[in-house]
Design a protein around this ligand. Structure first.
Ligand code: C2E
Ligand code: SIN
Ligand code: SIN
Ligand code: FE
Length: 399
């Protein structure tokens, strides 16, 4: 059993970012397509044992390995239980491995919260892997917000099948799966499947974007905050409690369309060329199309239809010079005018791969200068009326 450099650990958000930086841009459309169909499957999932099969098959397809399997921790017995396996001959789910088992590579990965990798397990007896038919085996811990919840095995008949790049990609897929599993657990507890799944989808769509950290949470908070301040004001009768709730969640979907933007553009450290910027702009249309597709599954559901509106219109400008359609003034849906301000406030106060973070003072000045040009001037005034609360949100969701 060999240990890999620490950068391939799967759980810390900064390790995720490090892994993302290590994965070479994937030029082909294949992976993106696989990711998108995986995405679509996750989104349609409900909580039951069959979901684990879906997740495992989805991860296997994205990665393109011969076999993969998911074990989840049973806290009552302190054992790992095989929940789903794909690509193995005659393996039954339900198989259990005590976490204390010193001879099990799965138990080791779980205990140490660290990957176990062998390029050829036949040469390293004692791995106790699921099947002898595979040479290369990679076992990654599955780690949720609350700590390790299981392990995931990737296996391949080819020796040395998992390059460092592949391991980075596997780590990302497993991290993403951990989010989804966490969401599914929430779904079970709260019976709010659609909200949780939508959130999982927003996260999944941003898998390659290193600023995912607190960004989604802050966008939701800033948007909800502005909407709450609008409620009850003259001219904003549309801003009901339901509207506030909906925008505070659907704002997370504003950039889902970035899933269709190639790494070479999304992760470019410098300024975009005009041609690259044109590609980047398609994230609005892509996002709206993705979400409208979802409406066919879920029906006219406020969160998703508002999400589609926000994705489509959050880069429109008040003066009509934005994209994709050049809408002006109140032609731009209110939800999108709100998210536009939240998005740019957060983008400016954050470090991006292409820019440094700005101070709150400079950011507020920039928003004021663009009031009536880029942004709805009334909304800018209301948004900036409580700068301390904006700071409090940033402090609650750092990163
Ligand atoms: P993002 O980084 O989330 O930025 C969202 C929006 O915040 C931008 O929309 C823009 O309105 C505003 N913004 C961000 N940084 C600045 C800034 O330094 N100055 C000003 N005045 N506004 C800023 P926009 O321009 O439509 O860009 C959409 C997305 O395109 C960005 O999302 C980012 O992912 C990408 N992007 C834009 N410009 C560049 C660039 O020069 N290099 C790279 N690598 N990506 C870029
Ligand atoms: C993709 O581009 O298909 C996502 C995988 C990645 O680049 O990390
Ligand atoms: C509020 O305006 O209700 C406060 C915003 C927040 O902290 O979420
Ligand atoms: Fe955007």
């Amino acid at each position: 059993m060999s240990r890999e450099p620490d950068t391939t650990r799967t759980h810390a958000p900064d390790a995720l970012t490090a892994a993302a930086a290590r994965v070479e841009p994937v030029p082909g459309a294949d992976r993106l397509q696989a990711l998108q169909s995986f995405n679509a499957r996750l989104v349609c999932m409900t909580i039951d044992e069959a979901s684990y099969d879906e997740v495992v098959r989805g991860v296997g397809k994205v990665i393109g390995c011969d076999a993969c399997a998911l074990f989840l921790h049973d806290a009552a017995t302190d054992e790992l239980e095989l929940k789903a396996a794909s690509g193995y001959d005659g393996i039954r789910t339900g198989r259990r491995i005590p976490v204390a088992d010193q001879a099990s590579a799965h138990a080791q990965a779980f205990r140490e919260e660290y990957l176990v990798h062998s390029g050829n397990q036949h040469a390293e007896p004692g791995m106790n892997v699921l099947s002898d038919e595979h040479a290369a085996v990679l076992i990654l811990p599955v780690i949720s917000n609350n700590g390790p919840v299981g392990v995931f095995e990737f296996a391949s008949r080819s020796e040395g099948a998992f390059s460092p790049q592949d391991i980075g990609l596997c780590s990302m897929a497993v991290d993403q799966m951990a989010y989804s599993l966490e969401n599914m657990r929430l779904v079970g507890e709260l019976s709010r499947s659609r909200d949780a799944v939508i959130r999982g989808m927003a996260l999944l769509a941003e898998i390659r974007d290193p600023h995912i950290g607190g960004h989604l949470n802050r966008i939701c908070e800033y948007s909800g905050h502005l909407a709450r301040l609008l409620a009850g004001r003259m001219g904003y009768h549309q801003v009901t409690r339901e509207f506030v709730d909906a925008i505070a969640r659907s704002a997370a979907l504003h950039d889902v369309g970035k899933v269709g933007v190639p790494d070479s553009i999304l992760l470019k450290p410098g300024k975009l060329t005009a041609a690259e910027y044109d590609v980047m702009k398609t994230h609005t249309v892509t996002g709206a199309e993705l979400l409208r597709g979802l409406m066919q599954t879920f029906g006219e559901y406020t969160l998703i239809s508002m999400g589609a509106e926000v994705a489509f219109c959050h880069h429109e400008w008040w003066d009509g010079t934005g994209y994709p359609r050049g809408l002006a003034g109140r032609e731009i849906p209110l939800a999108a005018r709100i998210v536009a301000i939240a998005d740019v406030y957060d983008a400016l106060t954050s470090r991006r791969i292409y820019k440094q973070a700005w101070s709150q003072h400079d950011t507020m000045q920039a928003l004021r200068e663009k009031a009536g040009i880029q942004f709805d001037p009334d909304l800018v005034e209301v948004f900036l009326s409580r700068p301390d609360e904006l700071n409090a949100i940033r402090e609650r969701f750092p990163g």
